[in-house]
Ligand binder design. Sequence first.
Ligand code: RNT
Ligand code: ZN
Length: 416
Amino acid sequence: MTRYEEAKKRYAEFGIDTDAAIEKLKTVPVALHCWQGDDVGGFDSKDALSGGILTTGNYPGKATTPEQLMQDMDKAMSLCPGKKKLNLHASYAIFEDGEFADRDKLEPKHFKKWVEYAKARNMGIDFNPTFFSHPMVKDGLTLSSPDEEVRRFWINHGKACIRISQYFAEETGIPCVMNIWTGDGYKDIPADRMGPRMRYKESFEEILSEPHDPAMVKPCAESKVFGIGVESFTAGSAEFTLSFAATHPGCLPLMDNGHYHPQEYVSDKIPALLCFFPEIALHITRGVRWDSDHVVLLDDETKEMAKEVVRNNALDRVYMALDFFDASINRISAWTVGFRSWQKALLNAMCLPNELLKKLQDEGRFTELMVMQEEAKMLPFADVWEHYCETEGVTAGPKWFDEIKKYEDEVLSKRG
Ligand code: RNT
Ligand code: ZN
């Protein structure tokens, strides 16, 4: 008997069908973010990263052209099992023959190459307007700015992005999740907290008024507690974005697990939102002491988040995207570790005796619940993971890193 066959038997004793779990996981899309590949640089502006987000590190071999970024993403994806979706930012527009369009004038044609890339790989595309790293960010503000010219510019950017999202959805035949996040806020104590939020609300509403098919374009509102340089006030706070999504049908709330106080857990918020919203979205990241966007690992909270999606039968109601950026290590390895970690978390959640555990809870058998939760942790998960990777044609163990080393030698080290 192979190790997988033995593992399968042990899982079956808990009433778990590992074959079914693996087959299910293969159908669940997870969005891989292009911005890990170049430290959130983008192609459209030389401006430094702004908006309260920050990358640290200077690992050699960063992608600086669309071709390099695509090549690097291909490498990472070839090392990851599971169904992928491409996650783009507007700042990754590809201009040809010396043309240029500012953010408020972006058109579908500026993303044609990305559509070709995604289609050739049978992937859908998610999208993000880029409300940072641009000279029209004035005093750190975009959609909430008191300057009408600034606000108008960014509303037009948002509308352009709805049109581009519609184009992505039509071209790929797969819904496009379009996430709105702005770093709008103040470093020090504001004198007016409601004014900026009212302006943000109106701007958001104008963006959403741009025609789109709500079945194919899914606008989201991402909240945040604070950012570097905007420590005292964030316009798009948790209450603001959640209330906005709740009162604007068709708009989804997006929770990034780096965007809350450290003792708040997104795993607990997932089922809370699922009680009210038909669909929600996630940014999966790892904050170390703050919203540091470290690479996602198979840690307790990551596992707990996956459990909430899986055991509430919400895999088709939760749009999952990775959102981290580490410039201090090999970027392709960062992508790969993060994507594989979330795959592991999902598979692990699918291989737990979820129905049995729920029953124990409802029957008040809390001693047994604790015992079973702990025993379930000792099931031979590694063997199931290995088998899943094999069926997906990727390496299960650490040997995938040999591929990274080779790529670093042959490709990355040759970049200027
Ligand atoms: C920033 C938000 C946002 C960005 C990306 C690049 O704190 O998490 O989602 O990380 O849009
Ligand atoms: Zn995010």
